[in-house]
Design a protein around this ligand. Structure first.
Ligand code: PLP
Length: 393
């Protein structure tokens, strides 16, 4: 057959899209703006730690960019998720609905609260939560008593859905919100991978009650390590700020703390890098969208494989590009991973489903057939901002 799938063909196509003779990482950061200037100012003035003008500025600029009313900067995305669940009053024994196909931090944050993750399936259009399948499932297993939602089988209260926008692709938020309303569940967005992504023209993070972002070194923009929570709820924003700054009651000299708080505040020196990165985020997003277009064109006619495209309701930041293997050729996935990594093209499979990990193997779950299929079929390919720049017009 002329057009038959072959790993060699995939590698050659990737080489056509990438600069030759270089190692191409999955995602490397880019520092081409005011990073050095702002960091130097922190060092020169001594404002390197948990107080300083860049932290406030970063929060303000991030709120402006995402369109959220409030942003609270924290030490990393995992802390952002943890504290989001805490201010929503997630307690030991509560059940939290969460995709099995996500990065481990989404689920760990639930466990930090003593709550039980309840795994739900994903859909092919977004690689994220399938709102329609979730609805059918809840009709079966959930029961509203008073104003609260319970799991009929475990008797535990179900409080929230944490939806994650996989590799920058927004989940189908409107039907998901409808399900949340129907079952009195709060929506939290794990937007760690999706700064610069929009659902029906509105930035992600504005749909749920709270959203967590990450600025780790491998995300679309970085603060070294860092994260943030955005919300349009002023009271939650105030609690978030308080809880992430050791719950200290403001006073000139006295140490009084009114909760068991957390030392989760982002340091000024990290926020300085963040301010410089935020200034460049529109170019970063443009480059990444150009690279995605290039990959999509390159793989358009190849048999057995496709380059993942955003859904029609979404504008994605294309944080990590995805090659989606047909089920029929998944037996060649590991060959593809071997050969590409050998040749300086960094690739990797998607995460192991969280319900398969020892710590979470006994948690409740629904049918996960789509997540299972995606976990066999997805391969991430190099997606750094730098790679898209040569395609810019
Ligand atoms: C990166 C990431 C996180 C965690 O962010 P850190 O800043 O590394 O703690 C959480 N969820 C998802 C989906 C991520 O990709």
């Amino acid at each position: 057959m002329r057009n038959e799938f072959s790993v060699i063909k995939v590698v050659n196509k990737l080489k056509e899209c990438l600069p030759s003779g270089e190692f191409n990482a999955l995602h490397e950061p880019k520092f081409s703006g005011n990073e050095w200037t702002y960091v130097k100012e922190c060092l020169d003035t001594g404002w390197v730690s948990s107080v300083g003008k860049y932290v406030d500025q970063f929060e303000q600029k991030l709120a402006e960019f995402t369109g959220a009313k409030h942003a609270v900067a924290v030490v990393n995305g995992t802390a952002a998720l943890h504290v989001s669940l805490l201010v929503l009053n997630v307690k030991p024994g509560d059940e939290i609905l969460v995709p099995a196909l996500t990065f481990i931090a989404t689920v760990n944050a639930i466990a930090y609260c003593g709550a039980v993750p309840h795994f739900i399936d994903s859909e092919y259009r977004t690689m994220g939560v399938d709102p329609f399948k979730l609805k059918d499932y809840l009709v079966e297993v959930a029961e509203i008593r008073g104003e609260y939602c319970y799991n009929k089988h475990t008797g535990r209260r179900m409080k929230a859905v944490v939806a994650m926008h996989t590799f920058g692709h927004p989940v189908d938020l409107e039907p998901l919100l409808a399900v949340c309303h129907q079952f009195n569940l709060v929506l939290v967005e794990d937007a760690a991978e999706s700064l610069g992504s929009y659902y029906k023209g509105k930035h992600v993070g504005n749909w749920g009650e709270l959203a967590a972002f990450s600025f780790n070194g491998n995300k679309i923009m970085t603060t070294g390590g860092g994260g943030a929570i955005t919300t349009n709820n002023a009271s939650l924003a105030k609690q978030l700020k308080h809880l992430t700054t050791t719950a200290k009651v403001p006073h000139k000299w006295e140490f009084v703390h009114d909760h068991i708080g957390y030392n989760y505040r982002m340091p000024n020196i990290n926020a300085a890098i963040g301010c410089a990165q935020l200034e460049q985020i529109p170019q970063f997003i443009h480059s990444k969208r150009m690279l995605a277009k290039q990959y999509q064109a390159a793989f358009e006619t190849m048999e057995g494989i496709a380059c993942f495209k955003e859904a029609d309701f979404a504008s994605s930041n294309y944080w990590l590009n995805v090659l989606l293997l047909d089920e029929a050729v998944t037996d060649q996935r590991d060959n593809l991973l071997e050969l590409t990594n050998e040749q300086g093209i960094m690739t990797r499979p998607i995460w192991t489903l969280i319900n398969k990990l020892d710590m979470y193997k006994d948690c409740p779950k629904m049918d996960l057939s789509v997540a299972e299929s995606l976990s066999r079929r997805v391969v991430n390919i190099p997606s750094s901002v730098r790679l898209g720049e040569s395609y810019e017009k």
